[in-house]
Design a protein around this ligand. Structure first.
Ligand code: ATP
Length: 224
């Protein structure tokens, strides 16, 4: 069953087609990587799916009652709040019962590996800690679908591995769509690969399908 279906989705800025007639589906519980170089249209697609940006044409069919969590590429934090206060606020804003928001925030911070840092001010957090906190705010309401805009791009190799492990542990329960410009990241955790180039999907399928089409162990998709 699909949680989301995207049909002929386009976004134009003046004459420029940031996204140009894109079609894909997200099956329940699947992990999909949206792969493309800078400017390919990844953020534009994720923002439209998150409901933050209006499409120029096409449509997005969301399963009835679908809840969505979104991690922007550059999340905004309030440095004067503690991680727990920030996550609790995110919980309340995303509809968690206010009586349960603190407990849910604590549980989520634990899940993303920030239990020790829960009482610390966000202003002193490293990039990796902020990325985990961003993930916590995106998933504190236990959404059906997680949209993650380059969740690991700003991390060092060990941070990347840790966040990928976290995401892997969600695989099967939560539907995940995440963007990256590095194919190696996607190989770790995907049921579906979507290759985006200049607003168009130039290739899509499972890793095995894409590999077999290219009949070689290393996929070489030309972006430019
Ligand atoms: P990156 O990896 O650098 O984040 P991306 O794949 O997420 O890139 P988008 O940010 O979606 O790409 O941008 C797609 C195209 O749309 C780019 O050419 C960009 O310049 C253009 N674009 C995005 N937002 C706007 C805007 N507000 N006004 C005009 N053009 C825009």
């Amino acid at each position: 069953m699909n949680v989301l279906e995207v049909r002929a989705l386009s976004k134009r800025y003046g004459e420029e087609h940031a996204v140009d007639g894109v079609d894909f589906e997200l099956a329940e519980g699947s992990a999909t990587a949206l792969i493309g170089p800078n400017g390919a249209g990844k953020t534009t697609i994720l923002s439209m799916l998150a409901g933050l940006l209006e499409a120029s044409s096409g449509n997005i069919q969301r399963r009835k009652g679908l809840s969505i969590g979104f991690l922007p590429q550059y999340p905004k934090f309030f440095p004067w709040l503690t991680a727990l206060e920030f996550t609790e606020m995110a919980a309340k804003l995303s509809g968690v019962d206010p009586k349960k928001a603190r407990q849910q925030a604590q549980k989520t911070l634990e899940f993303v590996g920030l239990r020790e840092a829960a009482g610390k001010k966000v202003g002193g957090f490293s990039g990796g800690m902020k990325q985990r906190l961003g993930l916590a705010q995106a998933m504190v309401h236990q959404p059906d679908l997680l949209l993650l805009d380059e969740p690991i791009s700003s991390l060092d190799p060990s941070g990347r591995r840790e966040v990928m492990e976290l995401l892997k542990s969600l695989q099967g329960q939560t539907t995940i769509l995440y963007s990256t410009h590095i194919l190696n990241d996607a190989e770790e955790m995907t049921d579906q690969l979507l290759f985006l180039r200049k607003g168009n999907l130039v290739e899509q399928g499972s890793l095995a399908q894409v590999r077999s089409r290219y009949a070689q162990p290393q996929i070489r998709i030309r972006f430019e």
